[in-house]
Design a protein around this ligand. Structure first.
Ligand SMILES: Cc1cc2nc3c(=O)[nH]c(=O)nc-3n(C[C@H](O)[C@H](O)[C@H](O)COP(=O)(O)O)c2cc1C
Length: 162
């Protein structure tokens, strides 16, 4: 099965997991970026990103290539922002909704302690699906790295390969 990981990462945790999975299972990577970067430090970081997520914004994205016909399996990766999935992922889904029909879909999310289940629930709702094929939730896997978290990523990879 041809797989692609579509992800957004502000501070590198989701990027760490996406690259780990891609190396392990040989998936392609699409890292999406908003045209207007979110602040990545200080109070502004939480204020701007949090507000944008709660408001359900769909920021314009830098150009990306999504050869959807190539893939039968899409894996979404997103940090949790204010208990929501991130706005760039919202934009990607909005722009590609009809291209995701009949694809297998899984997701992983990185957070620092609250709201991950809600974020994944909202992501499912926005995708219009009842269930992810597989899902993974990790607490800051790069900034608070541990072998146990890597093992969880490995277990997730096994599910993706089934
Ligand atoms: C704008 C903003 C809002 C956040 N909101 C939450 C939150 O509601 N719950 C939580 O556990 N972590 C929250 N975090 C922390 C991130 O989800 C967490 O550090 C994640 O691992 C970051 O992923 P990244 O490094 O790929 O950007 C927030 C971070 C930012 C920047």
């Amino acid at each position: 099965m041809n797989k692609v990981i579509v992800y957004y990462s502000l501070e590198g945790n989701t990027d760490y997991v996406a690259n780990y999975i891609a190396n392990k299972i040989g998936a392609d990577l699409i890292r999406i970026e908003p045209k207007k970067e979110y602040p990545n430090s200080g109070f502004k970081k939480f204020l701007w990103g949090g507000k944008s997520a709660v408001m359900g914004e769909t920021p314009e994205l830098e150009d990306y290539v999504f050869d959807y016909e190539k893939y039968d399996y899409i894996i979404f990766g997103t940090p949790v922002w204010a208990s929501q999935f991130t706005p760039p992922i919202r934009t990607f889904i909005k722009e590609n909704k009809e291209k995701l029909v009949n694809k297998k879909i899984s997701a992983f999310t990185c957070y620092s302690g609250g709201g991950a289940q809600n974020a994944l629930e909202k992501l499912k709702q926005f995708l219009g699906i009842n269930k992810f094929d597989a899902e993974l939730i990790l607490v800051d896997p790069k900034n608070k790295h541990s072998d146990e978290k890597d093992s969880q990523i490995e277990a997730f990879c096994e599910k993706l390969e089934k």
